[in-house]
Unconditional design. Structure first.
Ligand code: ADP
Ligand code: MG
Length: 631
């Protein structure tokens, strides 16, 4: 018999398969089952269009068998089968240059899971088998042919005996080595689990048979490992839950499915089941977990949805389907617009994938919004877990998703004493109010006490309390909401004074020019300016900033690793109507040295109020004690 060589490309792909150090070898089964299903599809289609085949849907099945003793695994279908020529063309040359190239380019990168991501087809059988035999008979033909290969050496094709049309593939499972155990592919339970995992939704029944050698011996009773399969039980459920009508599925079904599939012990907070036809045809079943996974806010967490192509799992975690801001969503997408293969087509699929991802993003957003509007309590629980991610989402990616997310944000409100949305805030704004005010601090209680909030509060305006590091960055990225700008209560212009008041304030600063510049000199470059405050009413002093960087942002940025420390332009604000200022005015005429000490004390107190580190606590404490000791 003449041994034929594989075409060069195929040979290389084959080499990669044979020597695969790939850990998910089990996917060979997914590939063979999907080919079997494709072959049945073809014949089934013919039976639908040509009434003379005498075949109906119920005639079709895919049958598996394992023979442990002889290390043989078989998979059999009664699909269209292959002619001699087709065996030659389809199995001798495999035009998969796309995946091959990709694999070679990325070979050094261990984490590139090309096989797991996209089907590599028939050759994957060589990951588990030392010899692969394909016996096939085309529907309507009299002769059957056998294709056989031990791998890289080549293959032979010869006529053979085969009763039924279709294809039987026989794998001689590799012997175990020190590092690898192949026995699992001879265990009916394991095989059944692999079928469930990857091929549950194949539309034709997949069944486990007794191996031919055993049947001949006629003693199935003493082979307990086959017993449960001998009932002719179908291994796959054939209809995936996401292909069912919503009305056919109970919440219980969804919840169980979610917990089993996505390894959660709690029911999901929300179920999103959608089905779309048109420019992109797909079914999506997504879940919002009730609780953030323990590693959610760490680098370990991997986002992504399972991706199915017509019921066949092709990717465990397709990251491209989810924007980062919704990375908490679990679930799957099944589309018939996608095929199992990478290859040139992949580019088009990419576009299709983007289209689907865009739709999903809108869908998730609208579901969250409806939860916010109709189930506030539930939404707040969700927000507790994932609100931070939404805010990172606003800030991240140069604000690309900020418009999508702005109506999903919640912040604590000074007047409502609970979380409010931006649109609720704007809806409550007074006619005279120009800005959406916010204040930053560690906790709500601390912000409540901030002197800077006094004036805004006295005007009867609501303030949003920002307690998380990312908050102010997110608002700065948003710039405005419903045409209302955000403004920090520490901002130099709060938009509260009219022209007359502004003029008065300016005048007052002018009158005390010498005193203020004396203080400024004493503080050197610690502050950019010392000013009489228009925001303080009862408190003597506070710190504010001018320029783009706020004190809060300075704090956050400086906690990040690296030597690039930043500094906000600080302004020390003094309350001109506070007695301490009157006493400084008096001192200024007699004792300028003391003014310097006072300036330092006031600055340090302002730092303390802000919760910022002070340079020399001992000096500060001693200076206070000196004052206390004075008669
Ligand atoms: P793909 O399925 O992506 O085309 P594969 O490498 O999985 O690539 O299979 C190569 C080809 O071999 C298939 O396109 C099909 O024509 C043929 N083939 C494989 N398995 C079968 C089968 N069980 N029945 C009929 N044809 C098959
Ligand atoms: Mg295939």
């Amino acid at each position: 018999m003449e041994t034929k060589e594989f075409k060069a490309e195929s040979k290389r792909l084959l080499d990669l398969m044979i020597n695969s150090i790939y850990t998910h070898r089990e996917i060979f089964l997914r590939e063979l089952i999907s080919n079997a299903s494709d072959a049945i599809d073809k014949l089934y289609y013919r039976s639908l269009t040509d009434g003379n085949t005498g075949l109906s849907r119920d005639d079709f099945s895919i049958r598996l068998a394992v023979d442990k003793e002889n290390r043989i695994f078989t998979i059999q279908d009664n699909g269209c089968g292959m002619s001699q020529e087709e065996l030659e063309n389809n199995l001798g040359t495999i035009a998969r240059s796309g995946s091959l190239q990709f694999k070679q380019e990325n070979e050094t990168k261990e984490d590139v899971d090309i096989i797991g991501q996209f089907g590599v087809g028939f050759y994957s059988a060589f990951m588990v088998a030392s010899c692969v035999t394909v016996e096939s008979k085309q529907f309507g033909s009299d002769t059957a042919y056998r294709w056989e290969s031990h791998g890289a050496d080549g293959y032979v094709i010869e006529p053979c005996q085969k009763e039924e049309h279709g294809t039987t593939i026989t794998l001689k499972i590799k012997e175990n080595t020190e590092d690898d155990n192949y026995d699992e592919f001879l265990d009916p339970h394991r095989i059944s689990a692999i079928v469930k995992k990857y091929s549950d939704y194949i539309r034709y029944p997949i069944k486990m048979d007794m191996p031919a050698s055993r049947l001949k011996e006629g003693c199935p009773e003493d082979k307990p490992e086959y017993e449960q399969y001998l009932q002719n039980e179908t291994l796959n459920s054939m209809v995936p839950i996401w292909k069912k009508m919503k009305s056919e599925v109970t919440d219980e079904d969804y919840n169980e499915f979610y917990k089993e599939k996505f390894f959660d012990y709690e029911n999901p907070a929300r179920i999103i089941h959608s089905s779309t036809e048109g420019s992109a045809t797909y079914q999506a079943l997504m879940f919002i977990p009730a609780r953030a996974p323990f590693n959610y806010y760490s680098r370990d967490y991997e986002k992504g949805l399972q991706l199915y192509a017509s019921g066949v799992l092709i990717m465990e975690k397709c990251a491209d389907l989810l924007p980062d801001c919704f990375s908490f969503v679990k679930g799957l997408v099944d589309s018939q617009d996608l095929s199992l293969n990478i290859s040139r087509e992949m580019l088009q699929h990419d576009r299709q994938l983007k289209l689907i991802a865009g739709r999903l993003e809108k869908k998730i957003h609208s579901e969250l919004l409806s939860m916010l509007q109709n189930e506030r309590e539930k939404y707040e629980a969700f927000y507790k877990n994932f609100g931070l991610q939404l805010k990172y989402g606003v800030y991240g990616d140069y604000g690309a998703k900020k418009d999508l997310l702005s109506d999903l944000l919640l912040f604590y409100s000074s007047s409502e004493k609970k979380l409010v949305t931006l649109s609720e805030y704007v809806g409550r704004m007074k006619e005279s109010q120009k800005y959406i005010y916010y204040a930053c601090g560690d906790t709500v209680e601390k912000i409540d006490r901030l002197p800077q909030t006094e004036l805004v509060r006295d005007n009867g305006y609501e303030i949003l309390y920002l307690t998380e590091d990312v908050d102010e960055f997110a608002l700065k990225m948003l710039l405005e909401f419903e045409k209302k700008e955000f403004r920090s209560v520490s901002d130099s212009d709060l938009g509260l004074e009219d022209e007359k008041e502004k003029e008065q304030a300016k005048q007052k600063n002018e009158e005390n020019k010498d005193l203020l510049s004396c203080m400024k000199d004493a503080l050197k470059d610690k502050v950019k300016d010392v000013r009489l405050s228009s925001r303080l009413k009862s408190h003597p002093v506070c710190l504010s900033s001018q320029g783009a960087l706020s004190l809060e942002m300075e704090k956050v940025l400086n906690t990040m690793p690296g030597d690039n420390k930043v500094k906000a332009e600080r302004v020390l604000e003094i309350n001109a109507s506070h007695p301490v200022f009157a006493s400084m005015q008096k001192l200024f005429e007699s004792d300028q040295e003391k003014i310097k000490t006072y300036a330092d004390l006031l600055y340090t107190q302002a730092l303390l109020i802000e919760g910022m580190p002070i340079e020399d606590p001992v000096k500060f404490s001693n200076a206070i004690c000196d004052l206390m000791a004075e008669k």
